[in-house]
Design a protein around this ligand. Structure first.
Ligand code: PEP
Ligand code: MG
Length: 874
């Protein structure tokens, strides 16, 4: 028989998976001899079983709950439902990781019309008994029975008003009886049956409500954001009540052993006398700072600070605790590792190392890599944010905070920025043509597109705030209006604020605060570098991005997307000319115009990178992306090319593809137009020779061929590269080394990686396309339906943000094994967006890649994630 219920005295901190964080810590505190009210935990396995049994608590589990309840009654000497000596409990959820969004707490469970009288007599405090009962009815109705809390609040307010009571504590016993009567009436009216009087029924219903809350929409969203699998389930803790609302020598509070915003080593928290838990957070009464407890309850304060010290040393981490004082006696209701801001996380990790509490490895593992993002970007001032209400929610595509006036086209955005305005660019989705507008804007909002959409990728590269795939807004760029489902409307020039770290959209301009990189940041980064074995490169297309990435510790460029260089206003005409030329001769003429520009780009990047490796990816996107759409552009181009507008339009039409992402792109362009590959090779090699001559630094360019699915395709292009490189070196009479490798981004490339590795000198996994093609989901359109996949529990996370280790990962592993079979020392990397996602980085470490490459602002995240992977997988 499985054990589904544990008394606190039967558990310990190592049983987190089974007892949840709260339960395991209550058990641990009990065994440390700290003052913890007795109780028991219904395990996470019971939650899983509840779902397996069709959302029912089985007889076996119910029997175990009853047995644990009886054992606890015995210890505390009270009985559930006994009016003469009632046993009351709190019911609280507790998953392995603490999870906002789930049901939190029900207090005073076990009260009914009879036990409330018993409690009044026993404590000789009728006011307290009815105060507890009204709280219980409200909490139970709200979280278990789904009767809205605000309806109860309205009743309480009206009774207060009627009796001229300013605070809750001014209400008399009689007033509270009236509140209880009205609450029960409301319950009956809402539910059609009376408030449940049987304590065991109350308890089972409360436990079921906790289990249900594991799967409510907020919890599902939180799990997705934080890598928490649905299969974990939540535990439920049932604990004897102690009362903070029994009089002025009672109270309740929350405290952190260190400041969770700054990390400062100082007790931080608040408390209220004559109150129960929710009063402290509800903001009805203003709580006192924890230091004032010293004056009100000096002995309790002293005991509490001692306990804080014990717990911090025991858990070797900053603790977040809840306590209650009942008639001057302190009880601990919870302890857990406290949530903290990124600056606080860094400071606390460093301080705990210095205080000798943590080893270097342990300190590194304490910091959540993803939170480092917030350190590198502007963020909204927390005070401004707390008063603002989001009007729409999209994908948190690129972090940071931005406020500006809304413009609907890249040109308008760029013009407004040139006038000195702060700008938000709002587009249905962005395309490479929008690049100027994106550069000019503070932030980017798109209604369509996922985490690897153009807007998301480019914004991340620039370190610019972006909310993508925001389907809660309709963007009409003809009428220049945005209508949000929430009712908010934005016209051109209206102020809007975007939070790229949460995906939220706000009206107006919210104040921002700039990033400051602390000493601790650098210390932790350097420490991470000592432990990691994975190298960290960056995806950068310009010297500017390369420099930013270098300042964050990048060790090379893992992906330079050459097409991004073609969208520059000065270059696009030559690019278009090249694409639309009907003869090789004309194409070569246009390419000759592009050569010096491209060579100049590479020189800039080499100069920035010194002797670090630079991977240059040859032209990849379908050509139609470069073509003019506006009539005026078509006219201009026709004139330059000396052809008619009709002729040009016909060529543009002929380039139209039904599935451009699976169309004429990547190395396929090189197969049809070898001269493009020739020009790009020439630019790469000439630039390397020029920079070598200029600086004496040797660059070893890594030429990367995209979208290869067949070794012969690769061989064909490699031949062009080798022939051209040889020619350039002869012309320049200088020899340099270079590598030719491929992206692995098509399932067939994974399956035939042994063949490809015979010719390719390195592999770089392009997991954006590899995910797209393995799932068969368009990377730009999948957000439209992925929401349904999450809510219907088909998927737990976005496969374009977090690597699908089961499917796509299996292909990668196979490609690594096959590649190493024919080329044992093959260099292996990843340059898809997953290269900056911590769980994906760990996977890359495990399968033996040499490096990950990510956008510049994610380099610190990848460095820390790589160190953590090395420590965890030693
Ligand atoms: C990829 O497909 O993962 C990749 C890095 O290339 P791109 O995003 O440019 O298609
Ligand atoms: Mg790709």
């Amino acid at each position: 028989m499985s054990k589904f219920v544990y008394l606190f005295k039967e558990g310990n901190a190592s049983m987190k998976n089974l007892l949840g964080g709260k339960g395991a810590n209550l058990a641990e505190m009990t065994s440390l001899g700290l003052p913890v009210p007795r109780g028991f935990t219904v395990t996470t396995e019971a939650c899983i079983q509840y779902y397996k049994d069709g959302q029912k608590i089985s007889e076996e589990i119910e029997n175990q709950i009853n047995a644990a309840l009886a054992a606890t009654e015995e210890i505390v000497g009270k009985k559930f439902g006994d009016p003469a000596n009632p046993f009351l409990v709190s019911v609280r959820s507790g998953a392995r990781a603490s999870m906002p969004g789930m049901m939190d707490t029900i207090l005073n469970l076990g009260l009914n019309d009879a036990t409330v009288e018993g409690l009044a007599k026993l404590t000789n405090n009728e006011r307290f008994a009815y105060d507890s009962y009204r709280r219980f009815i409200q909490m139970f109705s709200d979280v278990v029975m789904e009767v809205e809390k605000k309806k109860f609040d309205a009743i309480l307010e009206s009774v207060k008003e009627h009796n001229k009571a300013e605070k809750d504590t001014d209400l008399t016993a009689e007033n509270l009886k009236e509140v209880v009567r009205l609450y029960k009436e409301l319950f009956l009216a809402e539910k059609g049956f009376g408030f449940p009087q049987e304590p065991r029924e109350q308890l089972l219903e409360a436990i079921k409500a906790v289990f249900r809350s594991w799967d409510n929409p907020r919890a599902i969203v939180y799990r997705r954001e934080n890598d928490i699998p649905a299969s974990w389930g939540t535990a439920v803790n049932i604990q004897a009540m102690v009362f903070g609302n029994m009089g002025d020598d009672c109270g309740t509070g929350v405290a952190f052993t260190r400041n969770p915003s700054t990390g400062e080593k100082k007790l931080y928290g608040e408390f209220l006398m004559n109150a129960q838990g929710e009063d402290v957070v509800a903001g009805i009464r203003t709580p006192y700072s924890i230091s004032q407890l010293h004056e009100t309850q000096p002995e309790v304060y002293e005991e509490f600070t001692k306990i804080c010290d014990i717990l911090e040393h025991h858990y070797k981490d900053m603790q977040d605790m809840e306590f209650t004082i009942e008639h001057n006696k302190l009880f601990m209701l919870q302890t857990r590792n406290g949530k903290r801001t990124a600056p606080a996380a860094l400071k606390i990790a460093c301080d705990l190392m210095d205080e000798g509490m943590l080893s270097h490895e342990e300190a590194l593992l304490k910091i959540e890599p993803r939170t480092l993002d917030t350190l590198l970007h502007n963020n909204f001032d927390p005070a401004a944010l707390s008063n603002a209400k989001a009007v729409a929610q999209g994908l948190a595509a690129s972090p940071g905070a931005a406020s500006g006036r809304v413009y609907f086209s890249a040109e308008d955005a760029a013009e407004a920025a040139a006038r000195g305005e702060k700008v938000i660019l709002a587009r249905l989705e962005t395309s490479p043509e929008d690049i100027e507008g994106m550069i000019s804007s503070q932030g980017i909002l798109t209604a369509r597109g996922g985490m690897t959409s153009h807007a998301a990728v480019v914004a991340r590269g620039m370190g610019k705030c972006c909310v993508a795939g925001c389907s809660q807004v309709k963007i009409d760029d003809d009428k220049k209006i945005i209508k949000a489902d929430s009712g908010a409307v934005f016209h051109e020039g209206d102020w809007m604020s975007l939070d790229g770290s949460t995906g939220k959209v706000y009206e107006g301009a919210l104040a921002t605060i700039p990033p400051v990189l602390s000493e601790e940041f650098h210390r932790i980064m350097n420490l991470a570098d000592e432990f990691r074995t994975l190298k960290v490169r960056t995806n950068a297309d310009s010297p500017r991005d390369a420099k930013v990435a270098l300042s964050f510790g990048a060790e090379g460029i893992g992906l330079c997307r050459t097409e991004h260089m073609f969208f520059d206003e000065a270059r696009i005409p030559a690019v278009r000319e090249m694409i639309l030329s009907k003869t090789e001769e004309n194409r070569r003429k246009a390419l000759a115009k592009l050569l010096p520009m491209q060579r100049g780009d590479f020189e800039g990047i080499y100069r920035a990178m010194g002797e670090l490796p630079v991977t240059i990816r040859f032209l990849d996107p379908p050509l139609h992306e470069f073509l003019p759409q506006e009539d005026s552009d078509i006219e201009d181009l026709a004139k330059t090319m000396g052809i008619t507008i009709e002729d040009l339009k016909a060529t543009v039409d002929s380039l139209h593809e039904f599935n451009p992402m699976m169309g004429h792109r990547g190395c396929r362009l090189g197969v049809t137009y070898p001269e493009i590959m020739e020009m790009q090779t020439r630019a790469v090699i000439e630039a390397a020779i020029n920079v070598f001559k200029e600086t004496g630094k040797t660059v070893i360019p890594e030429i990367m061929i995209p979208l290869v699915c067949e070794v012969k395709e690769f061989e064909f292009i490699k031949n062009i590269v080798d022939t051209t490189a040889k020619q350039v070196m002869e012309e320049k009479q200088t020899k340099i080394e270079y590598l030719v490798g491929t992206m692995i981004e098509i399932p067939r490339a994974c399956l035939t990686a042994d063949e490809i590795a015979k010719k390719a000198e390195f592999f770089s996994f392009g997991t954006n396309d590899l995910s797209q093609m393995t799932f068969g989901f368009s990377r730009d359109d999948a957000t439209k339906f992925l929401g349904e996949y999450y809510s219907k529990k088909i998927f737990e996370s976005d496969p374009f943000a977090r690597l699908d280790q089961i499917g796509v990962g299996k292909l990668m592993k196979l490609a690594v094994e096959l590649g190493q079979k024919t080329r044992p020392n093959i260099k292996l990397g990843i340059c898809g967006e997953h290269g900056g996602d911590p769980s994906s980085v760990e996977f890359c470490h495990k399968i033996g890649l040499n490096y990950v490459s990510c956008s510049p602002y994610r380099v610190p995240i990848a460095r820390l994630a790589a160190a953590q992977s090395a420590i965890k997988n030693k």
